[in-house]
Design a binder for this molecule. Structure first.
Ligand code: AMP
Ligand code: FES
Ligand code: ZN
Length: 401
């Protein structure tokens, strides 16, 4: 049988007539980190592949180590039909329809738990072209919300052009409104240049630009709330990183819903109860064409290393991620809540909220473009101090890089 592997794309020939978990075991792949696709259907670990099959193993998470165990042929937990997906942390498998219902229920539960969205809200969904944000947009439209999309062009070569195309065709198919902003046209730099010229890491300046543009666009266009596609794996990895460094101010703001404040739009993450595997399977089963390849600049990103570490724990103890993040929300978050006392005022250049004279985005932009900020003495110094300024994740929500 032929097996197509992704990131990088390649094809290998393996012996067929075996169950999926055996094949994954041979390849050293953790079944919780991939979708196994034959034609247009998903296979569970217990499905058998034939010699003539052609299957695709599509990663949903970076990294992951080999692990597999056996159980009987899987049946849907709700209706007992053959299952298409196993969710090990719930110790359950689902057929297509019951799985889609499970995802919708998790999203509704998230929205209710944090009073995230109301029927009359104008919602701006930040869509990257990846599985999570397109799944989120699809879910919100499906649940009847007034949700428009925002795509930020980061100028990362083919990766960006391909994601833009996928977002556009998603919007066109559903007749949904899409706002597009290109960093280069609007602000004079793209992310690869920012990474080379700025004093921050590429992912840090990318995360800063996203948070800045999401907030600015929401406010300028009168949206009530910005929704992002951060999932359980993202949130658990971010919390792990913040905890390892005991960044209590970030921990305090790592919440699925942040209320609007002076100059800051409300922010929500309705997918925080769903794993990457679940959002990928949802997108696939709904026929959403999303960008499977990863950002080419992501190598060495610390967030990915935290994800890999969490995946290793999850492989031997399913449920670890959910327990870590969801129990943090229930039990630990209140202990950090007092840290959030930033005093905000408008940036002297762009009017967006900041704790200093110029916001972090304007300072980063000035540094990348080699410009001076304002006319007053001391500005040069400010630009020079970029690396030890207050990280604006505090202002624009939890770090997304
Ligand atoms: P990331 O920062 O890549 O982990 O993405 C986190 C969330 O930010 C995604 O789920 C999207 O909601 C949003 N996002 C990321 N990249 C973009 C982009 N280029 N344009 C619009 N939204 C984005
Ligand atoms: Fe931001 Fe790759 S998407 S650096
Ligand atoms: Zn500014």
């Amino acid at each position: 049988m032929k097996v197509k592997l992704r990131n990088p794309d390649r094809e290998v020939e393996l012996a067929g007539g075996r169950k999926v978990h055996v094949i994954l075991g041979e390849l050293g792949i953790d079944p919780d980190t991939v979708l196994v696709i034959r034609e247009r259907e998903l296979l569970t670990r217990e499905d058998r592949c034939a010699e003539a099959d052609r299957i695709e193993i599509r990663p949903v998470i970076s990294g992951g180590s080999g692990s597999s165990h056996t159980s009987n042929r899987m049946k849907c937990r709700r209706c007992k039909a053959p299952a298409v997906l196993e969710v090990r942390r719930h110790n359950a498998a689902f057929c297509r329809d019951c799985f889609l219902r499970h995802v919708r229920e998790q999203v509704k539960r998230a929205i209710e738990a944090y009073d995230m969205l109301h029927a009359q809200d104008r919602i701006l969904v930040a869509v990257s072209g990846g599985k999570d944000s397109l799944a989120l947009w699809d879910l919100l439209l499906d649940l009847g919300y007034r949700a428009d999309g925002l795509y930020l062009g980061l100028g990362i070569g083919d990766y960006s052009s391909r994601s833009a195309e996928l977002v556009r065709s998603f919007a066109a198919e559903r007749n949904a409104r899409l706002i597009e902003i290109a960093l280069t046209e609007e602000y004079g730099f793209d992310i690869p240049t920012a990474g080379r010229k700025g004093s921050r890491s590429t992912c840090a300046v990318c995360g800063l630009s996203k948070r800045y543009v999401f907030n600015k666009t929401a406010r300028e266009h009168g949206y009530d709330v910005v929704a992002t596609g951060h999932n359980l794996d993202d949130e658990a990895a971010t919390l792990l990183g913040n905890t390892l460094r005991w960044q209590t101010d970030y921990i305090a703001r790592q919440f699925p819903a942040l209320p609007a404040e002076e100059g800051l739009a409300r922010k929500v993450k309705p997918l925080y109860r769903l794993s990457e595997l679940e959002t990928a399977a949802y997108a696939f089963l709904r026929g959403i064409d999303y960008v499977v390849e990863e950002c080419p600049l992501v190598a060495g990103n610390t967030q990915l290393r935290y994800k890999e570490a969490m995946n290793r724990l999850e492989a031997t103890s399913p449920g670890t991620k959910a327990q870590f993040f969801l129990s943090y929300l229930d039990r630990a978050a209140p202990l950090f809540a007092t840290q959030d006392d930033a005093d905000l005022r408008p940036c002297e250049r762009c009017d967006q909220p900041t704790t200093g004279r110029f916001c972090a985005f304007c300072r980063a932009q000035a540094q990348i473009l080699g410009e001076r900020l304002g006319e007053l003495p001391g500005d040069r110094e400010l630009v020079g101090q970029l690396s030890d300024e207050v990280m604006p994740a505090e202002l624009y929500g939890a770090a997304s890089q």
